[in-house]
Each structure stands twice: as C-alpha cells, then as structure tokens.
Design a protein around this ligand. Structure first.
Ligand SMILES: Nc1ncnc2c1ncn2[C@@H]1O[C@H](COP(=O)(O)OP(=O)(O)O)[C@@H](O)[C@H]1O
Ligand SMILES: [Mg+2]
Length: 320
C-alpha cells in the first residue's frame, strides 16, 4: 500500500498587495515523513505555514489535510495538526505548566498529566514549575514544541525550530524531532534556512525560493543527484595537481579554483587521495567535500541577500 498523503497543497498562493509571497506551491507530505521545507529568508516559508495552520487565508490554491479539503469553515482536520509559527510567545513570568494550561484551555480537554507528558518528552520536566523567564532560548524553543504536541497531533508543523540556537541547542531540538518521528510516530513538517539542518533530520524536502517551489523529493536522492566534488588546498599546488592527474582511478576531473583545486571524485576516496598526496610530500591544508545542491542553495541564499528581503517575486530560478 502506498503511504498515506498527510498534507498536500495544490497551486497554493498568497499575495500581499502586489507581491506574491507564495505562488503555485505544490507540496506533498507523506505519513511518517520528516519533511524539510528549505528556503532563504523571505522565501515564503512562514507564509506557507500560516496558510497550512489556517491562520491566514490563501489568495488561491488548495490545501488537503488527511485527505480532506481545508477551508476556513472546515477545521476538523486541523485537530490532528499541531504547530508553531516563528518564535513562540510565552508569558515569561509564568511557569511552563501554567503557560501550557492557558493554551490547553483553548483546545479543551488537556489535563495536567498530558502537560507533564509533553514536558517530559521535550526534556523540560525538571523545570516545569520554573518561570519561563529563567529559560534559555533553546528551552523556550522546546517549550514551543511541547505546546504544539499538547493535543497529541499526528502532524507537527514547526517553523524554523532551530533558528537562533547555539550548536548544542540545535542538536537538542534535532534529537527531539528525530525522537518524535521515530518513537512517537509523528509526521513532521519543519522549515529552515539551512540545508545542513534539513539534511540531518529530514527524509524528504522541498526548496522554496521567492515563493516558488524549486525542487522536491527525497533528501538522499537530491543530494546524490548533484555531482560530488572536493576542494583541495595544498602546497605546492602544482605538485598536487600533477599527482592528482595520475590518480585516474579516483579523480574523474579537475579544475583550478583560485588557490584550490576543484576535484570531481567520490567522497569515499578522500582518504586514499589524501594518502597519495601526503606520501608524495605535498602539504595538505584542506580537503572539503562539496555537493552541487549545497552550492546551488548557497547561490540562492546569496542572491536573495543581495536582492534584499523584499525582492519582487519572479520565477527565473525555477529548476524543476
Ligand atoms: N503580512 C504581510 N504583509 C506583507 N508582506 C508580507 C507579510 N508577511 C510576509 N510578507 C512578505 O512575504 C514574503 C515571504 O515572507 P515569509 O513567508 O515570512 O518568508 P520566510 O518565512 O521564508 O522568511 C516576504 O517578502 C515578506 O516580506
Ligand atoms: Mg519565516
């Protein structure tokens, strides 16, 4: 049996005045997915998530949740969804439990036991009765996830849950997401502006840029599809090049890129290539694995920075 489609958008679009923040977006999230929604700042991630959670109305297009159309009047399916949009807000002078009680009252039927359950799930049980004011940024982020989990949703939608966290905080949130997917059998949709973050947790992903879908598919496939290459910085460079040229078993092609050599080869062969260079007396400063998806996304990010966050929507970068 093919996996159930949990969430599907068809030509989903949102226009603010003259500007399309999201345009003709087709997404498909399958049951059990950790689905990464990747895009540079201003790409339209939060706008999409707001539409998915029915916080704003699409200008056009459709959303299907659990095989039911999601309209403003039809909110039944939303009971099976939990989410946070951008930074979750809390009453800082109240405890985590008190904050959850307030949100729980909105849902109805959330008891103290469930609150302690979700706090335990996100690793905040010991701090449940401390004021949120005393929490680190990472703890607040995890409390946001706890809030999204209160109603025990099947689909959890998280908007940049690791944004602004230090590496340790990022890892904690990542581990939590993996735990939710693997052990709690949740389907997770999370956005990020970092490919490295998506890569570590997601099995499927979509890249969005200027409101439009660029590519969608399995993470491993998308990463493999592009060629693998390494950047080698070594001294003397000329000697390194001569040696690499002889390593035809490993090196598929080579070109010069500034002070480095761009070498198309499998990452599996890095140790062997490194050994050959070192044995021949070349000083190897760095061998950096790169993939074209990474370059591609980096280029998107730089482009959107130079355009500014309010660049007009255009479809020029479509790569489907
Ligand atoms: N309420 C709004 N009114 C007008 N423009 C908006 C509004 N919300 C978002 N935008 C614009 O829509 C685009 C996408 O924003 P957003 O969805 O927040 O991107 P992301 O979450 O990917 O950083 C941006 O150009 C942003 O300025
Ligand atoms: Mg956003």
């Amino acid at each position: 049996m093919p996996p159930e489609i949990v969430l599907q958008t068809q030509r989903l679009s949102k226009r603010f005045k003259q500007r399309w923040a999201v345009r003709d977006l087709n997404l498909e999230i399958l049951q059990g997915d950790v689905f990464g929604f990747l895009g540079p700042n201003g790409a339209g991630k939060s706008t999409t998530i707001r539409m998915l959670l029915s916080l704003i109305r699409p200008t056009s297009g459709d959303i299907r949740l659990f095989d039911e159309p999601l309209t403003m009047s039809q909110h039944r399916a939303l009971r099976r969804v939990g989410g946070i949009v951008e930074k979750p807000d809390f009453y800082l002078y109240l405890s985590a439990v008190r904050n959850l009680e307030i949100v729980g009252a909105l849902y109805g039927g959330v008891d103290r036991r469930r609150m302690m359950e979700v706090l335990e799930l996100v690793g905040l049980k010991d701090r449940a009765f401390d004021r949120v004011k005393t929490y680190s940024h990472g703890m607040k982020q995890r409390l946001g996830i706890a809030q999204a989990l209160l109603s025990d949703p099947e689909l959890v939608i998280l908007d940049e849950p690791t944004s602004g966290l230090d590496p340790q905080g990022m890892k904690e949130v990542r581990d939590l997401i993996i735990h939710l997917a693997r052990d709690q059998r949740k389907t997770i949709f999370l956005s990020s502006h970092l490919l490295s973050e998506i890569e570590l947790v997601a099995n499927r992903m979509a890249i969005i840029n200027r409101g439009e879908l660029v590519v969608q598919g399995e993470v491993s496939r998308l990463l493999e599809e592009g060629e693998q290459y390494v950047m080698i910085r070594a001294e003397p460079l000329r000697k390194a090049r001569a040696i690499l040229r002889r390593l035809t078993r490993f090196v598929h092609s080579m070109s010069e890129a500034g002070e480095s050599l761009k070498v198309v080869m499998s990452f599996d062969d890095i140790p062997a290539v490194n050994r050959s260079l070192v044995r021949s007396g070349v000083a190897v400063h760095a061998i950096v694995p790169r993939r074209s998806l990474e370059d591609y996304f980096l280029a998107l990010t730089e482009q959107s920075l130079s355009d500014g966050p309010n660049a007009r929507v255009s479809g020029k970068t479509q790569r489907q």
